[in-house]
Unconditional design. Sequence first.
Length: 235
Amino acid sequence: PATDSAAGSKGKAAPGKQELLERLKEGREVKGSAQQLRAGGHLASPQDFSVLIRALGHQKWWRQALGAFQEMRDAGLQASAFAYSAIISALGRNRQWARALHLVSQSREEGVVPDAALYSSAMKACEEQCDRALSLLDEMRQEDVEMDMITYGVAIGACCQGQQWQQAVSLLFESKERGMQPNAITVSAVMGALTRAGQWAQALQLWNEFKEAGLEADATSFTSAISACERGRRW
């Protein structure tokens, strides 16, 4: 019994690398977990650093995220597309779009081949800079990077924020023609942009078309449809 009591007083063993990385992925104890990873010498690969950088970005600690990215490079580790996507996403969450675009250029200079995730992160960073986001989309097309619905969703969101509803509609149907299924959030965003532009009839037409194609409507899309009806006095 005395031995059991002594053992219990020692407390739990220090968490291992995987547990610490899981905490970062879940956004738990980010600062403490980062310190323990460093103290234990567990940040040994670009993947490890990418997990840390994403966690810091979610906390809106973009300067610390940049510091971790530089720490990785100082350790002689080659930044991958995944690592660049992580830091660009961290910067984008904090409206640091100019720094994000600089890193896109830097990745190319270092021979990193940008993938859809990297481009999507960069476009998300430029969400309030619609023309820049569309320029990145054009680059993807020129470099024949395979686009997914996440990529289209980010580009469409940028168009909606930039009041470029024609471009938003065009991208929505382009994604559909490529065999993708836009979700209710994306369709609702386009409907909202159309309604704000006074294009309520087209918004309702869009709603009907995607409903017939099997769109699973949610509260947001129903709200968008109701708003279009209100604008057009179609009850």
